[in-house]
Design a protein around this ligand. Structure first.
Ligand code: PMP
Length: 497
């Protein structure tokens, strides 16, 4: 692929400024102690990775950012756009000024972009919250009044706490106070491969299962459960919903799925799906809940107040709610964050497009599904290649245990591991001192860590994004080897278990 000449928004100053102010973080040298990676895996053939990296300020600091499953870095064009948005912005749906009108338009168009990204029928299916966690709580509160005594909710041991604790709270703390007894059931996973145990899941779902909650990709094991089969299991339950449907609802936590995989909510036929933009290049602050229109229409909102009511339709005896999706937008929303997030999606298309193709960033052009699919497939192949390379190199580290699917089996772009004799938190600190940003802990996948019997319930994780290069992977893996002293380097005994 040909190199590109200039940045996406014509701003040339950001990178230089960062270079001047950035600190050199003492990165390790590229490792050449492993055999050459198979030439059949040509990792960067679809991207001009240098050009992509030039769109990110952090690159100039020397950081090796390999904690992307937690949060990604924001690109410079979004920072520049933010300055413009802030220059003439106003509240949405709350003013007659030009600024309010144009901000409202930008904000509403952002919903169309988000809907297009996941192939939702329209903006009426999109609710924005602060993050994935809030989206799960929103589903929990919306459905809270619908659970009948004797119902159950099924989730899995693979879940992030944000897709378990709300169901724990509902069944253990909230509904019992109303005298309702609802069971919580947890499907197991295979401790060796990380695969969801579909037989166990099937055995847990019955005609009293109102909801099946499942991750689209585990943030610890990298496992991607077969969502079509989970859907079929939920379909077969025969649970009678208040809408008359006879099947269990299905909520997919797609916080680790949407950032690396093309996700089509209609093809998946999910009822609810959540994700956070801070894991896909946008700044912090916005999460999405997709919901089927009839469910959002029928359910109670999670938050009540201004803007979620129909204009003028509030009296002492009767309140009527706004049309979708604003019924779920109580109070002033994160207007700038929503605009930034949608524009980041548009930018991702441009970053992964062929040179010379028409731009989507800053435009109002509708985004065809095939364009999103191509962009995400390219990102997926790139991050998959990086992950395969990391797996290959890390598996050469003596005493390492890598969790999740074996090499060659589909996994999201992350590798969690432990090295014998090392506390993963100490190891992550050692990596950081070598300029490599990893994450150690339970990654909020506490159930899965306990289920594997890990003591402490923790692992060290490297995770990859669009802007990572093979050099990043090599440096990160070299740092693991170096830090654990497996290549002859010295190890501080105080850091060992
Ligand atoms: N689910 C998964 C699978 C995650 O990885 C995360 C973030 N680590 C979340 C949910 C929660 O996302 P947020 O912090 O944006 O609410």
């Amino acid at each position: 692929m040909k190199a590109r000449a200039c940045s996406l928004d014509g701003h040339r100053d950001g990178g230089d400024t960062a270079k001047e102010s950035g600190t050199q973080m003492n990165p390790v040298n590229s490792a050449d102690r492993w055999s050459v990676y198979p030439p059949s895996v040509n990792l960067e053939s679809e991207f001009d990775i240098d050009w992509i990296r030039s769109q990110f300020d952090f690159v100039n600091t020397g950081r090796i950012v390999t904690n992307n499953a937690a949060s990604t870095q924001a690109p410079l064009p979004i920072l520049h756009l933010t300055r413009e948005v802030l220059r003439d912005y106003e509240n949405v749906h709350r003013g007659q000024s030009q600024a309010s009108q144009s901000t409202t338009m930008r904000f509403e168009l952002a919903y169309d972009t988000i809907a297009a990204w996941i192939n939702a029928p329209s903006r009426r299916n999109i609710v924005t919250y602060r993050n994935t966690t809030e989206a799960h709580n929103a589903v929990m509160y919306s459905l809270m009044t619908e659970f009948r005594d004797g119902d159950n909710v099924v989730t899995t041991m693979l879940e992030h706490n944000s897709n378990y604790v709300p169901w724990y709270a509902l069944t253990e703390e909230i509904l019992p106070r109303f005298g309702r007894r609802v069971e919580r059931r947890l499907a197991r996973f295979d401790p060796v491969t990380g695969a969801l145990d579909l037989h166990h899941l099937t055995s847990l779902v019955d005609e009293r299962t109102k909801l099946v909650c499942c991750t689209g990709a585990s943030n610890f094991l990298g496992t991607k459960p077969p969502l079509d089969i989970v859907r079929a299991i939920a379909d077969a339950s025969g649970y009678v919903q208040p809408t008359g449907e006879r099947r269990s609802l299905m909520l997919v936590d797609a916080a680790q799925l949407v950032p690396s995989t093309y996700t089509d909510v209609q093809a998946l036929d999910v009822d609810y799906l959540s994700f956070s933009f801070h894991k896909m290049l946008a700044p912090f602050g916005v999460g999405v809940l997709y919901g089927k229109e009839h469910l959002l229409d029928h359910s109670l909102p999670f938050l009540f107040g201004g803007d979620m009511i129909a204009e003028g339709q509030v009296s002492p005896d009767l309140v009527e709610y706004n049309e979708l999706p604003w019924k779920y937008a109580a109070g002033t929303p994160n207007i700038v964050g929503v605009v930034q997030s949608a524009q980041t999606l548009r930018l991702m298309i441009d970053l992964t497009a062929d040179p010379g193709e028409a731009s989507f960033f800053r435009s109002e052009r509708p985004i065809p599904a095939h364009v999103v699919r191509r962009s995400m497939e390219r990102i997926g192949r790139h991050t998959h290649g990086l992950t395969a390379r990391a797996l290959d190199r890390l598996s050469a580290v003596p005493g390492i245990t890598i969790y999740g699917p074996p090499i060659g089996v589909v996994r999201s772009p992350l590798v969690a591991f432990n090295v014998e004799g090392w506390n993963p938190l100490d190891l992550a600190t050692e990596l950081d001192s070598r300029g490599v940003e990893a994450r150690a802990g339970c990654h909020c996948a506490t159930l899965a860590h306990h289920s594997l019997g890990l003591d402490p319930p923790a692992s060290c994780r490297l995770s990859f994004a669009l802007y990572n290069s093979t050099d990043d992977v090599d440096r990160a893996c070299a740092a693991v080897l170096d830090a654990t002293g497996r290549d002859g380097g010295s190890v501080s005994r105080s850091l060992r278990l």
